[in-house]
Design a protein around this ligand. Structure first.
Ligand code: B12
Ligand code: SF4
Ligand code: SF4
Length: 384
C-alpha cells in the first residue's frame, strides 16, 4: 500500500460531493465552444487559425495533422485484445503491478478509481468528432475502472506564462501524458483485457474528478488537481479498463484548507476569471466556480505572443520544484491555520519576488515577449 492510500484511511477527505452530479456535455467545454463560435466570431477565428508557433502545430493536430505525433497515438488509443486473456486472482497485486508499469512508461503519479457516470461526458464534442461525423453522439463507456495518470511539467518553462515557452511545455506535456496512457492501454490489451487511453484528442472523460477519486490529490481554487509534491504543475491522462483492480480513495492533503486562506491564483489571473470568495455547490459538488469562457477568451487575446496561459499553475504557492523542503512544507499545511499562514508568508516574501523578477534568459529562440510580428515570414522560426 502506498503512502497516499494510508493518508486516505487516516483522515476524512474534505466533503466535496454534495448531491447528484449530472454528466457534462463535451460540446459545452471551452475548447469546443471557442471553435464553434459560441464565444464570438473573433475568438472563433483566432482559435481555429493556424498558430504562428511551430511547437503549437507539432503538439496540436487540429490544423496540420500530418506533422503531429499525436495523430499516430490516436490509432492505438483503443484496439483489439490479445485473445489469450490473463486471469486476475488478486486485484490488489494487479493494481500494484499496473502502477509500476505506468511509472515505467513515465508516469509521475498513478491511482485507480471506479469509473462513475459523471466522470464520462454525455455527448461527443471534440473537433475531431465533427470531422469524423460523430458530433453529438451519446457516449457510453462500459469499463468499470479508471486509471489516472499524472505527468510532471517543467518548473522553469512554466514561469514564462503566458508565452510560447510555457505553451510548448504544455503541448509537450499533452504528448508525453498521451504516450504514457496509450502505452498502458496497449499493455493491458496485451493481457487480454479491454482498455482505452483518454488524452486531449481521444478523451471521453473528465480527468480531474477521476484523479480526485483515485487519490492523486485535491481540487484547488484554480480548478486544477493539486498533488503533494509538485502542486498543480501536471498534465493528466486516463485509461479506462475492465482489468480487475483494487481502487484507491480520495485524500486530504490540506489543499482545500489552504485555498480557503490563499487567493493568489485568483488575484494574479490575467483574465480575472477565478473565484475570489467562498466555494459554492454547483453541479452537485462544492468548488470554486470559475468563468471558464473568460479564460479561453484571454488565450486568444494575442495569438502573436501566446496560444494559452498557465499562470494559475505558475503562481500557486504549492507549485515548487519537487525538493525535500517543499514536500516538508506540504506536510505542514494539514497542521493548522497558523502553519498555513506562515507558509503563505514565506511564499510571499521569497517566491513572489523571484517569480515577478523572472525576466528570464528565455529558451531556445523565445523569450517572454517573443512576438511573431518580429518575423517577416509571419511565423516564429530560428534565425539560423
Ligand atoms: C475545457 C478545458 C479547459 C477550459 C475550461 C477550464 C476547466 N477548468 O474546465 C479552459 C480552456 C478555460 C481550460 C484552461 C486550463 N486548463 Co484545461 N482543460 C479542459 C478539458 C479539456 C475539459 C474540462 C471540461 O470539460 N471543463 C468544463 C467543466 C466540466 O468545467 P468545470 O465545471 O469548471 O469543472 C472543472 C473542475 O471543477 C473539475 N470537475 C468537474 N466535475 C467534477 C466533479 C468533482 C466531484 C470534482 C472533485 C471535480 C470536478 O473538472 C473540471 C476541470 O478542472 C480538460 C481535460 C479533460 N478532459 O478533463 C483540461 C484540463 C482540466 N486543463 C488543464 C489545465 C492544466 C489547464 C490550464 C492551466 C491551461 C494550461 N495551459 O495548461 C488552464 C487552467 C484554467 C483553470 N483555472 O481551470 C488540465 C488540468 C491539470 C490539473 N493539474 O488538474 C486538464 C485536465 C488537461 C490535462 N490533460 O491535463 N481548460
Ligand atoms: S494559488 Fe492559492 S488559492 Fe490558488 S490554487 Fe494555489 S493554494 Fe489554492
Ligand atoms: S489559464 Fe490564465 S487566464 Fe485561465 S484561469 Fe489560469 S491564470 Fe487565468
Amino acid at each position: 500500500m502506498d503512502a497516499r492510500v494510508r493518508v486516505a484511511h487516516a483522515e476524512q477527505p474534505k466533503a466535496q460531493v454534495i448531491g447528484f452530479i449530472p454528466r457534462f456535455d463535451q460540446r459545452e467545454q471551452q475548447h469546443t465552444k471557442a471553435a464553434v463560435g459560441a464565444l464570438g466570431e473573433t475568438v472563433q477565428k483566432r482559435w481555429t487559425s493556424e498558430s504562428v508557433d511551430p511547437f503549437r502545430r507539432v503538439f496540436y493536430p487540429e490544423n496540420r495533422p500530418f506533422n503531429s505525433p499525436l495523430r499516430s497515438l490516436l490509432a492505438v488509443a483503443d484496439g483489439p485484445l490479445n485473445p489469450k486473456k490473463v486471469p486476475v486472482k488478486d486485484p490488489a497485486k494487479m493494481a500494484a503491478h499496473i502502477k509500476e508499469v505506468a511509472k515505467f512508461f513515465g508516469a509521475h503519479l498513478v491511482g485507480v478509481c471506479e469509473l462513475q457516470p459523471h466522470h464520462v461526458y454525455s455527448h461527443r464534442g471534440l473537433r475531431i468528432d465533427a470531422r469524423k461525423g460523430r458530433w453529438g453522439e451519446p457516449i457510453e463507456i462500459a469499463h468499470k475502472y479508471a486509471i489516472s495518470i499524472a505527468h510532471e511539467m517543467n518548473y522553469e518553462r512554466l514561469r514564462y506564462s503566458p508565452s510560447f515557452i510555457d505553451g510548448a511545455e504544455v503541448g509537450f506535456g499533452y504528448l508525453v501524458s498521451a504516450t504514457i496512457a496509450t502505452s498502458l492501454a496497449c499493455y493491458i490489451r496485451e493481457l487480454g483485457h479491454p482498455a482505452m487511453a483518454h488524452f486531449h484528442v481521444s478523451e471521453r472523460v473528465l480527468h480531474v474528478p477521476i484523479a480526485v477519486a483515485a487519490g492523486l490529490g485535491e481540487l484547488g481554487r484554480n480548478n486544477c488537481l493539486i498533488v503533494k509534491d509538485i502542486g498543480p504543475r501536471l498534465r493528466l491522462a486516463t485509461v479506462t479498463t475492465d482489468l480487475p483492480l483494487a481502487v484507491d480513495h480520495p485524500i486530504d492533503l490540506g489543499v482545500q484548507a489552504l485555498c480557503s486562506e490563499c487567493n493568489k491564483c485568483a488575484a494574479l489571473c490575467p483574465s480575472q476569471c477565478l473565484a475570489k470568495g467562498e466555494k459554492q455547490v454547483e453541479r452537485g459538488y462544492a468548488h470554486w466556480v470559475a468563468d471558464n469562457d473568460k479564460c479561453i477568451t484571454y488565450w486568444n487575446a494575442n495569438r502573436d505572443r501566446w496560444n494559452d496561459c498557465a499562470r494559475c499553475i505558475t503562481v500557486c504557492p504549492l507549485n515548487k520544484p519537487n525538493r525535500w523542503w517543499h514536500r516538508f512544507a506540504m506536510s505542514l499545511i494539514t497542521k493548522g491555520r497558523l502553519a498555513r499562514k506562515l507558509l503563505l508568508k514565506i511564499d510571499e516574501m521569497f517566491w513572489d519576488k523571484r517569480f515577478h523578477l523572472h525576466g528570464g534568459k528565455g529558451w531556445l529562440m523565445y523569450d517572454r515577449t517573443t512576438s511573431a510580428k518580429k518575423f517577416p515570414e509571419g511565423q516564429i522560426h530560428p534565425n539560423a
